[in-house]
Design a protein around this ligand. Structure first.
Ligand SMILES: *[C@@H]1O[C@H](CO)[C@@H](O)[C@H](O)[C@H]1NC(C)=O
Ligand SMILES: *[C@@H]1O[C@H](CO)[C@@H](O)[C@H](O)[C@H]1NC(C)=O
Ligand SMILES: *[C@@H]1O[C@H](CO)[C@@H](O)[C@H](O)[C@H]1NC(C)=O
Length: 266
């Protein structure tokens, strides 16, 4: 999604209420505030899909041989090494990371440790494939997966349409080193990690089965961006509109007996 689409999406709820004549004055009042907000967001916004293909290509070609996942490439990337008819899963280790906003700046250590591990894996045949998902740059994908930052997700990829097992593992972000990852790989990770069986599972989950992961990701991302005052406006306009409708209905009810009365008198 491009920037202009993103700001249109942000403005939609406001535009919807702006259409109601009764609220136009009130809307004007909020417009200044909203304008300021939209300006602020458009300068600071976590764009839903900021993928740097050059940096990604460098990471893939470099010593880490690491893929960078994005909204558009994650599925193709994860399926890429899977051979048709294969019954042995291709193992992907994906680190869910973030930056100052999504990880409060605490993901640096785990990311460095993971990068170091990726370099070691790249030199060792038969090692897992590695990829990074940066929630700062891919907030929609992270929301779609309901993926927490600072977690390792191990994907066991089989040819479509086989169900995909994902093992999730939280590591201590203040102490983690590359050795922790290496150890996890040496000792069976299945005993240390948790099998993902939630409804947000990117392949097997109910949301994904309905093809709704990405739309849901957008919705969750969008609501995360909405400041509380915008909710207040929307709620207040809805309730006022309901009150007005009810009052109109009551007034109409009041007039009707009078009209019948007149008709009866004639
Ligand atoms: C993250 O925050 C630290 C400390 O506040 C700052 O030095 C750094 O530049 C920030 N990084 C980004 C990418 O904004
Ligand atoms: C890890 O590697 C990725 C991909 O090249 C890079 O964007 C990121 O800055 C690296 N992180 C650290 C902490 O070195
Ligand atoms: C991480 O390790 C440190 C030092 O051992 C410990 O104090 C902290 O509680 C641990 N954090 C978690 C989330 O386990």
């Amino acid at each position: 999604m491009r920037f202009s689409q993103a700001s249109t999406l942000l403005a939609l709820p406001l535009l919807a209420v702006a259409d109601v004549p009764d609220y136009q004055a009130q809307f004007q009042e909020y417009l200044g505030q909203a304008q300021g907000y939209v300006d602020k967001v458009t300068s600071k916004i976590l764009l839903p899909n900021r993928h740097d293909p050059v940096a990604a290509a460098e990471a893939k070609a470099g010593p880490m041989k690491m893929d960078i996942l994005s909204l558009n490439n994650w599925k193709d990337t994860l399926y890429a090494p899977v051979e048709a008819g294969s019954t042995t899963p291709e193992e992907w280790w994906v680190l869910i990371t973030g930056g100052n906003k999504t990880c409060f700046g605490h993901c640096g250590r785990i990311e460095a440790a993971f990068n170091e591990t990726a370099t070691q894996f790249a030199q060792t045949p038969g090692s897992p494939h590695t990829a990074l998902l940066d929630c700062e740059k891919q907030p929609v994908l992270c929301n779609a997966w309901s993926a927490p930052v600072g977690a390792l997700w191990i994907f066991e990829m089989l040819p479509e349409p086989a169900p995909i097992n994902i093992w999730t593992k939280r590591l201590n972000m203040t102490t983690v080193t590359s050795d922790d990852f290496i150890e996890l790989q040496k000792n069976d990770y299945k005993t240390a990690a948790k099998l993902h069986d939630g409804s947000f599972h990117p392949f097997n989950g109910q949301v994904a089965q309905y093809g709704a992961s990405i739309p849901v990701g957008y919705v969750l991302w969008f609501f995360n961006l909405l400041p509380s005052w915008m909710f207040m406006i929307i709620v207040s306009m809805f309730s006022r509109s309901m009150m007005t409708n009810r009052m109109n209905a009551q007034m109409n009810d009041g007039r009707r007996p009078a009209a019948t009365g007149q008709a009866a008198a004639r």
